[in-house]
Design a protein around this ligand. Structure first.
Ligand code: PXP
Length: 252
């Protein structure tokens, strides 16, 4: 099986920085450390309300990822403002996410089926600019088909519901995992590259990483939290090892 890439989301380093309005801890320094520790790329979400990552962070992340030849995955809402920022920076990848100001985090996937007429032209302009575009969607066959119809090259499956069900020991967890597997298979069949992310921790990473169609996981909040206790490099190394174990077990 192909090696699964790990994108490290450094948003919550900025959350801690912004809690005190100081210049530290610096998410750009965290991105440098993450890459040195084996992250394949860096993910950052510039939210409309700038609650964590700032415009200056994106400027600096674009520079350091380009210098190191590693991908920057720019998470963005489908708005005119974010499209202009993406086109100005031309990151390796843009991931289209839904955004509601009152939410604590990205609570569900993008409704590509209902938003087709707004989303498809944005996808087209980003793709024309050489950006690899993904849509962050729920593991729903209607959304997978709609993402394909909207012209994205990649989907990122929202793993939040599955991860939460595992943590809360809810019986639905296995059904949610089956939905992720089915959506991944459907997307690959349609010629889409498949990624996954949201809420992943050491416990949930292995069943997710074992889904054979997945090419990339994007993980943030848990890794930044774990970094408080063991350091960012060791937290990434442990996550990487669990991903590799899941793939090796599956291949055996
Ligand atoms: N992928 C996407 C599209 C996201 O919006 C997020 C959260 O910003 C993540 C992955 C990472 O989720 P978490 O921080 O829960 O690991």
């Amino acid at each position: 099986m192909t090696r699964l890439r790990l994108g490290v989301n450094i948003d919550h380093v900025a959350t801690v920085r912004n809690a005190r309005g100081e210049g530290y801890p610096d998410p750009v320094r965290a991105a440098e450390m993450a890459l040195a520790a084996g992250a394949d790329g860096i993910t950052a979400h510039l939210r409309e309300d700038r609650r964590h990552i700032s415009d200056a962070d994106i400027d600096a992340l674009a520079v350091i990822t380009r210098r190191r030849g590693r991908p920057l995955n720019f998470e963005m809402a489908v708005t005119t403002e974010m499209e202009a920022i993406a086109l100005a920076h031309r990151p390796h990848a843009a991931c289209l996410v839904p955004e509601r100001r009152e939410e604590v985090t990205t609570e569900g996937g993008l409704d590509v089926a209902r938003g087709h007429n707004t989303i498809a032209p944005v996808v087209q302009r980003l793709v024309q600019a050489g950006i690899r575009v993904s849509a962050f969607i729920d593991a729903d066959p209607v959304q997978v088909a709609a993402a394909k119809a909207a012209g994205v090259q990649v989907i990122e499956l929202h793993t939040g519901a599955y991860c939460e069900a595992v943590r809360e020991k809810r019986p639905q967890a296995q059904a949610l995992l089956r939905n992720l597997k089915a959506a991944a298979a459907q997307a690959a069949e349609l010629g889409l590259e498949v990624h996954a992310g949201h809420g992943i921790d050491y416990e949930t990473v292995k069943p997710i990483a074992a889904i054979p169609e997945l090419m990339e996981l994007n993980i943030g909040h848990f890794l930044i939290g774990e970094a408080i206790f063991i350091g960012l490099g060791p937290a990434i190394a442990r996550m990487r090892a669990l991903m590799d174990e899941a793939r090796a077990t599956r291949a055996a």
